[in-house]
Design a protein around this ligand. Structure first.
Ligand SMILES: [Zn+2]
Length: 277
């Protein structure tokens, strides 16, 4: 048996472009009309503790360096920095829908998910332990980005995004591909009874009194499965952010630190006699 087919959950590859390492999901890359990448902390200009590819502008890093890092990413992957729409992630469950035409955006994008079908619009999620999730409808040519941290997950944000894609784009469950980026694993993620949810019982292991090791991705996978998604439609970058501090920022591991970007966008394509050029 082809070893790469044995565990579809792990299928991602580490690539390098102009000095920027990033993880890619081959099944998404081969669609042709989509560009995406799960960037690491490497390849940027920020100084410790934001070294070096910090894309977050609310953690204390110099604004100038954040802008240079964003420009470097946009240039490397071939899009205008102004076409990268980042959310002000606030650990809630609000979803921003941008449909059909490029909108004039409200000044404060306080959302934790975005759904769109607009070409040349890139979006992304900033993380340092939380799970960045991409949902792609390969037939309707739409995608979503989701910031799934503990609180968003407790509010079922992943399930809500899948439902909204069905409502807004008529997405069929079988056409969906999902990718989860690097995030803190159950190896390193302990929570206490103040935030523990009863429904997480089956996804966690009791540790010391009143503490659990939680597998946040499994909780989100369960939400996907409740919406009819099958295991072979889910892909992931199978690396714990805290265990791999050389590659990723980790809030649990470092406290004051940067945020890595996971980005995705639809590339403008021209139709000619019904075939893609
Ligand atoms: Zn770990």
């Amino acid at each position: 048996m082809d070893p790469t087919k044995m565990n579809p959950m792990n299928r991602s590859v580490l690539k390098m472009k102009k000095g920027l390492p990033y993880f890619e999901i081959p099944e998404m890359a081969k669609l042709g009309w989509l560009r995406h990448g799960f960037l690491t902390r490497q390849g940027g200009v920020s100084l410790p503790p934001y070294d070096s590819l910090n894309v977050g502008d609310a953690n204390g890093d110099r604004n100038r360096n954040v802008i240079r890092n964003r420009e470097r990413i946009a240039e490397t992957f071939g899009f205008e920095p102004s076409r990268l729409i980042l959310l002000i992630q606030i650990h809630q469950d609000r979803i921003l829908l941008l449909k059909d035409v490029f909108p004039s955006l409200p000044p404060l994008l306080e959302y934790d998910a975005l759904i769109t079908n607009i070409p040349n619009l890139f979006s992304g999620i900033l993380t340092a332990d939380c799970i960045p999730i991409f949902v792609v409808d390969r037939k309707k040519r739409a995608f979503a980005v989701i910031h799934a941290g503990r609180q968003g997950t407790a509010m079922h944000i992943t399930k809500k995004v899948l439902r909204k894609m069905k409502e807004e784009f008529g997405s069929s469950t079988g056409d969906i591909l999902i990718a989860a980026g690097p995030s803190i694993g159950p190896c390193c993620y302990e929570i206490d009874e103040k935030v523990f949810q009863k429904e997480w019982d089956v996804f966690s292991k009791p540790k010391t009194e009143g503490r659990w090791a939680l597998d946040l991705l499994r909780v989100n996978r369960a939400q996907m499965k409740e919406e009819g998604i099958k295991e072979n439609q889910i892909f992931r970058v199978d690396l714990c952010t805290r265990c791999h501090n050389d590659l990723f920022f980790s809030y649990r591991g470092e406290g004051r630190t940067g945020r890595q970007l996971s980005f995705i966008g639809i590339i403008q394509t021209n139709w000619n006699n019904g075939t893609l050029e």
